[in-house]
Design a protein around this ligand. Structure first.
Ligand code: SF4
Length: 223
């Protein structure tokens, strides 16, 4: 019963958000679960875009839906894996450059405001780059926990939560990535050479209209 109440509450919020995003020229889909989101992407969006080349920006939300594992298994799709475990940094870096020219780029967002603006902060810039320009189509998967009232709250959420947790996450694979927030959990606006916070973007609207497709998921997902 408690779950049903939560789901109804969030469905109402997500329906309002869908309208706000559509006003900003994003194409929007609603999914109740990560598995439903995966089906929307694989069965509805990808066939419609006729994408042949697909790549990704770092996103725990997108990864945890299982979308990339399925795409890799489809012989008619050419998947450029920019986060393949074990590849040298130079190779990953070059793949991230090439990923800016694919047919379809799939990623997540750090926050979305009630007015339908996407707010992101990147280390390298390949994720915000792909969202902004290059790939013909973009899919952004968004858990309900990313919804915030306004831009100020969005940036606060990223600075005080998403960025430090993301730094800790990446440090597990790259021990040299040790800005102060990996020890304290608090952003010190550091000058660390491997600082993960370098470029902010606010995506106010999709241009051209419909280029950015957003799948809102009625579950808490990602950072
Ligand atoms: S600016 Fe530095 S301390 Fe702050 S969250 Fe980013 S990496 Fe961590």
């Amino acid at each position: 019963m408690e779950n049903l109440i939560h789901e109804k509450y969030w469905l109402n919020r997500l329906n309002r958000l869908k309208k706000a995003l559509e006003k900003n020229n994003f194409e929007v889909f609603l999914a109740s679960t990560p598995s439903e989101a995966k089906d929307v992407v694989l069965k509805e969006i990808i066939p419609r875009t006729q994408a042949k080349t697909i790549s990704m920006g770092d996103s725990l939300t997108a990864i945890s839906t299982g979308i990339f594992a399925e795409i890799k298994n489809q012989p008619n799709l050419n998947f450029l894996d920019t986060f393949e475990p074990g590849i040298p940094f130079e190779v990953a870096f070059e793949r991230r450059r090439q990923a800016l020219l694919v047919d379809l780029f799939i990623t997540g967002t750090n926050a979305v405001t009630q007015k339908g603006q996407l707010v992101n902060l990147d280390m390298i810039g390949n994720r915000v780059g792909g969202i902004t320009f290059g790939p013909k189509n973009v899919i952004i998967l968004v858990g309900r926990n990313k919804l915030v009232p306004d831009l100020e709250t969005a940036m606060d959420r990223v600075r005080t939560y998403a960025a430090p947790v993301n730094a800790i996450r990446h440090q597990a694979e790259h021990p040299e990535l040790d800005p102060p927030c990996t020890q304290t959990g608090i952003c010190a606006n550091c000058t660390h050479p491997l600082r993960i916070c370098n470029t902010w973007t606010i995506t106010e609207k999709s241009f051209p209209p419909g280029r950015i497709k957003i799948v809102l998921i009625n579950e808490d997902m990602g950072l």
